[in-house]
Design a protein around this ligand. Sequence first.
Ligand code: FES
Length: 122
Amino acid sequence: MGSIIQAAEFIPVATTEQLKDGALMEAKAGDRRILLARVGDKYYAAESNCPHMGARLADGALEGTVLTCPRHASKFDLTDGRIIRWTDWTGIKASVSKLFRSPRSLTIYPVKVEGNNILVKL
Ligand code: FES
């Protein structure tokens, strides 16, 4: 058997030393980029770019498991990807933006830790 990685396998993306409690980082998972977050001893993985307009989420802010996008402050819960707030735009700006960008939750990936390795299943 070769070393071809199956789509459903967990693959190592970072080590626990690379990610401090409360921190966000971008990591490579195969040929894709993902977002990693650590809250206490729990690790979360999600798509790396905001579902609104693609901002790099590793530059966002983390409060508990709630991630805030650095660009227009949409908020997502990293436990399940649900939207807590879709942009900080209000009024007409918000209605216009919603015509073009329907709210979409964040894609979350399963994570496990083995030894010092953080593994993600895409
Ligand atoms: S790009 Fe993230 S809220 Fe707009």
